[in-house]
Ligand binder design. Structure first.
Ligand SMILES: C[S@@+](CC[C@H](N)C(=O)[O-])C[C@H]1O[C@@H](n2cnc3c(N)ncnc32)[C@H](O)[C@@H]1O
Length: 228
């Protein structure tokens, strides 16, 4: 469709990261200082470096070797951040973490198993923060998606004002894939596996999740999984 092509061309010429847009919000969900943090699917490491301003140690993992190379290149060796090529579906070394973050990655991973693993890997009192993508299956989401179209144009224009040849942020070169889990299924699983979880639908085709692990958490292994 000509209108969609025009929108796509404008957006390509005015790139900005919808994921990085949530970084200040993510920091606001976290304690002022914490010990160990894990960023799953860290991409080019922007969030890991931000977390390092509050943490004693941050570890970023991503399954893509090229993007981990970019993350290492962009990181001052003096920062308490390490990166590794690892699969978020099975990564289980060195827990517990006081903070686990996962931005625009959960839809690459099996939903229930991953939420359970995060619950197990969090230290008592720790915080899990997810910014995610799901398939739209509610009216509210469709409406937020529609409102996001003009806001996306305006934000892209403002962020790229004065630049002659805007370049895509390195973070936007990380592998992506469309989300196929419907939002309602995500909500059901998140509430089942993470009691007391805070969920919100957001602009720019995202939703957010915050969960704090209580100190006397039950063994989450008993909750099992309802999907593969
Ligand atoms: C859309 S990018 C988001 C990157 C980064 N979190 C950000 O906000 O810019 C999705 C990332 O998930 C990573 N990824 C996909 N499958 C993965 C897996 N099984 N384990 C770890 N990382 C994975 C991709 O390599 C990619 O870097």
């Amino acid at each position: 469709m000509p209108l969609l092509d025009t929108l796509a061309r404008f957006n390509d010429a005015h790139p900005w990261s919808h994921n990085a847009h949530f970084h200040p919000w993510i920091l606001r969900q976290l304690p002022r200082r914490f010990d160990r943090a894990l960023d799953v699917g860290c991409g080019s490491g922007d969030l890991a470096r931000l977390l390092a301003t509050r943490a004693n140690q941050v570890h970023g993992i991503d399954s893509d070797e090229r993007i981990i190379g970019k993350a290492r290149e962009s990181t001052d060796p003096g920062l308490p951040v390490t990166f590794a090529v690892a699969d978020g579906r099975s990564y289980d070394r060195g827990s517990p973490y006081d903070v686990i973050t996962c931005v625009a990655v959960l839809h690459h991973l099996p939903l229930s198993e991953t939420l359970l693993r995060f619950r197990q890997q969090l230290a008592p009192g720790g915080t899990l923060v997810i910014v995610g993508l799901t398939r739209e299956d509610t009216r509210v989401q469709t409406l937020l998606g529609l409102v996001s179209v003009p806001l996306n144009l305006v934000t892209g224009w403002i962020k790229n004002r004065g630049r002659t040849a805007p370049r895509r942020p390195v973070a936007m070169t990380a592998p992506t894939r469309p989300a196929d889990v419907p939002y309602t299924e995500f909500v059901r699983e998140a509430r089942r596996l993470l009691p007391g979880v805070r969920l919100r639908r957001r602009l720019f085709w995202r939703h957010t999740l915050v969960w704090k692990k209580v100190r006397e958490d039950v063994d989450p292994g008993r909750l099992g999984s309802t999907q593969g």
